[in-house]
Design a protein. Structure first.
Length: 338
């Protein structure tokens, strides 16, 4: 029987070969730091010795860094030297502007959080799943306030039908059971991030996961229409007792899809896998003869409403994706495909 080696202090923070392989010999004396919070004029990080405020070089733009990023810093001055490439990055394009807004980086699992009240919305969940797919992290749908719902099973089955093999967990965010229900994604060195609308219980869930660590403020919500104050105003990294890290994020009021072709294809795999079977290569799946997608709708194996939602999202993605080349974070803005 072989003994599993204990994780190193850096591995406890989420460090892995993916990052160490990027450090060249000339940088061997620099210290890895993980970004814990990003503000307009400063960046807080954490290293093996604990929290540290990074010194920023002249002209540094904090908007280019995300919570969860790994950077290399000078061991004497804590001056940020460079950011390491990300293994995953959750970002969104706001309504105004061409640049992507960074939300969180190096996430292993993205918890898409919604509540079992008026906030539950299939179209919104699809948008979050698309962004999670595009980010390169594994999505898990979390239904909070399950103790208040009349039929949790119905909501759970509706969520499970959105994407193949995506787990759906229903829980009460204030209950200790929430920790055990999410433990599979909160192992040592693993990072989860919570995304969702304001008031769905993300901060409450973070408080439960972190126990006595880094308590987040929570606000009151009207359950009948899910309206109220959101309380998380900045993204931040928190430790989970026993291992793992969680990133809380502010509620996103409106989530647009842009430059997420791969994410859409993953969500609607049942449609994209049928497309090559169509008679015409440029089939729009609307009126052409020999369309495999429309045939599936007619025989009842594919819901017509699902095809309509897919078509709408493809159209929005096409219209909102800038046609440019070159790197965008770790992504390349693609030319329009549709």
């Amino acid at each position: 029987m072989t003994n599993t080696p204990l994780p190193t202090p850096l591995e406890l923070l989420g460090w892995s070969d993916f990052f160490s392989d990027q450090v060249n010999p000339a940088e061997a004396d620099l210290l890895p730091r993980r970004i814990a919070s990003v503000h307009r004029a400063r960046i807080e990080a954490i290293g093996v010795q604990g929290p540290v405020r990074l010194e920023l070089p002249a002209g540094a733009n904090t908007a280019e860094f995300a919570v969860g990023d790994w950077v290399l810093a000078d061991p004497f001055s804590d001056m940020l030297v460079r950011r390491l490439d990300r293994k995953s990055v959750f970002q969104r394009r706001p309504e105004v502007g061409r640049e992507q807004q960074l939300v969180a980086a190096n996430i292993d699992t993205l918890l898409v959080v919604t509540s079992c009240n008026a906030d539950f919305n299939i179209e919104r969940l699809e948008r979050y799943l698309i962004m999670a797919n595009q980010a390169g992290s594994n999505p898990v749908i979390v239904l909070t306030k399950a103790d208040t719902a009349e039929d949790v099973g119905l909501l759970q089955s509706q969520a499970e039908a959105l994407q193949r093999d995506v787990p759906v967990i229903a829980l009460n965010g204030r209950s200790d059971d929430a920790r055990s229900l999410l433990s599979a994604w909160c192992g040592i060195g693993q990072t989860i991030a919570l995304v969702g609308s304001s008031g769905v219980g993300k901060s409450t869930l973070v408080n439960t996961l972190t126990a006595s660590h880094s308590q987040q403020k929570t606000g009151t919500i009207r359950e009948y229409d899910a309206q109220g104050r959101h309380t998380t105003t900045a993204r931040s990294l928190h430790s989970i007792p026993g291992g793992g890290w969680v990133i809380d994020t502010p509620g996103i009021r409106t989530l647009y899809v842009s430059d997420v072709t791969d994410g859409i294809d993953m969500l609607f795999a049942d449609i994209t896998e049928l497309a090559p079977l169509c008679k015409f290569r440029d089939c729009t799946h609307v009126h052409e003869p020999g369309c495999a997608v429309q045939a599936a709708v007619k025989n009842g194996t594919l819901a017509a409403e699902r095809v309509e939602r897919w078509r709408s999202l493809v159209s929005e993605n096409r219209d909102r994706t800038p046609v440019v080349g070159g790197p965008r974070g770790n992504k390349i803005a693609r030319k329009k495909k549709y």
